[in-house]
Design a protein around this ligand. Structure first.
Ligand SMILES: [Zn+2]
Length: 324
C-alpha cells in the first residue's frame, strides 16, 4: 500500500491540510480557521481534526500515514523542533514538535513555512529542475526561503533565509523587527498599509481604497482589494506597490550577488493577486543593480503552486525523512 504523508500549513488565519501520495500527487485537502488563542496543544488538536477531515475525503485512515509535516510561520530550531518566536500565533520558545508528536501519534517534521513553499516550488512548481532557488513570499510580512542543491538551507539555529530582514537602506523605514531599512519595511502588506495611512490619512491624497474597504484606518487590506485598486490605476496604490516591488528587486540583486540562484520564485497573497503586474517592476529594480551577469540570464518566476506550496513542501520534507 502507498505510504501517505500529511502536509499541513499552520498560518495565523488558516490551517490547510493535504494528503500526499508517494508520487507527490495531492489526494485530498481540508481547511479550517486558526483559533489563535488556543496555545500549542489546542492548535495541535485543531490541526489533527483538519487532517482527519482530509483523510476522510481521500477515503483512508491514519494507518496509511507514514509521517506528518507541519509548516509554521516562524523559525524552528532544527535540533530540537522548538518554535522560537511566532507572533502570528502568540508563541515563544515552545516545544512544538514534541507536543504535536504526542497529539498525532506519528513522527512530525516541523519547518518554517516559506522554506517549505520554496522547496515545493523547487520540487514540483515554478522552479522545477533548478538546483539553487530563492523564494520571496509577500504577505502580511515578507518571508524568504533558500534551497541549495535541492535542500533547504537552515543555517545556524535555523534562522537562514529570513530574507525579509535584509537591510537595503541604511537608517531607512522602521521594520516590525525593530531594525531600520529591512526590505520587509517596503515590500509587505504591513508596509503598504503604513504608506496608505501616511498618504491618505495624513497628506489627504485621494484614493479609491477609501471606497473599496470598510477599514478606514487601513490597518490591514485584503490582497484582492489591492488588486482591484491597482487595476483601476489608483495613483496612491500604484505608487506604493511599484516602489515596494522595485525595492524587492533591489533585495533580489543583493541576493544574486551572494548566491546567484538558478531561479527566484515570488509567491504569497500579494503576488497571487498582482504577480503579472508587479514582476516587471521587480525586474527593473533588479536590473538596475545587477552585477556580473546579464539580465537575460536571471530567471524570475511567479509561484505555480499557490496555496498548496507550503503544505506540499512540508509533506515533501516529511517524506524525505521517512526515506532516510
Ligand atoms: Zn526587519
Amino acid at each position: 500500500m502507498d505510504r501517505l504523508t500529511v502536509g499541513i500549513d499552520l498560518g495565523g488565519t488558516k490551517i490547510l491540510a493535504l494528503i500526499v501520495a508517494e508520487s507527490g500527487e495531492i489526494l485530498a485537502r481540508a481547511k479550517s480557521k486558526t483559533k489563535t488563542g488556543l496555545g500549542v496543544e489546542g492548535i495541535g488538536g485543531q490541526m489533527h481534526k483538519t487532517a482527519e477531515k482530509a483523510l476522510k475525503r481521500a477515503g483512508v485512515s491514519w494507518e496509511a500515514v507514514e509521517r506528518v509535516g507541519i509548516a509554521v510561520p516562524t523559525s524552528v530550531d532544527p535540533a530540537t523542533g522548538d518554535v522560537l518566536h511566532a507572533p502570528a500565533l502568540g508563541w515563544r520558545n515552545q516545544p512544538a514538535r514534541a507536543v504535536f508528536e504526542s497529539i498525532f501519534e506519528h513522527r512530525v517534521v516541523l519547518e518554517n513555512d516559506v522554506n517549505c513553499g520554496t522547496l515545493a516550488e523547487c520540487r514540483a512548481g515554478a522552479a522545477k529542475g533548478a538546483a539553487t532557488v530563492v523564494g520571496y513570499f509577500v504577505g502580511t510580512g515578507l518571508g524568504g526561503g533558500v534551497v541549495i542543491d535541492g535542500e533547504i538551507r537552515r543555517g545556524r539555529r535555523g534562522v537562514a533565509g529570513e530574507l525579509g530582514h535584509e537591510i537595503i537602506r541604511h537608517n531607512g523605514k522602521l521594520c516590525g523587527c525593530g531594525h531600520r531599512g529591512c526590505v520587509e519595511a517596503y515590500a509587505s502588506k504591513t508596509a503598504f498599509c503604513r504608506e496608505f495611512r501616511r498618504l491618505i490619512l495624513k497628506k489627504g491624497r485621494k484614493s479609491v481604497l477609501s471606497d473599496l474597504t470598510s477599514d478606514t484606518t487601513f490597518k490591514s487590506i485584503k490582497s484582492s482589494v489591492l488588486a482591484e485598486a491597482y487595476r483601476r490605476e489608483d495613483p496612491v496604490v500604484c505608487k506604493v506597490l511599484r516602489k515596494g516591488a522595485w525595492m524587492l528587486g533591489v533585495a533580489t540583486a543583493n541576493l544574486h550577488a551572494i548566491l546567484a540562484p538558478d531561479c527566484v520564485v515570488y509567491g504569497g497573497g500579494v503576488m497571487e493577486a498582482l504577480g503579472p503586474e508587479l514582476l516587471p517592476e521587480i525586474r527593473r529594480g533588479l536590473e538596475a543593480h545587477l552585477f556580473g551577469i546579464t539580465p537575460e540570464d536571471v530567471s524570475l518566476r511567479l509561484s505555480a503552486l499557490g496555496d498548496d506550496a507550503v503544505p506540499l513542501g512540508a509533506a515533501c520534507l516529511a517524506a524525505d525523512t521517512a526515506n532516510e
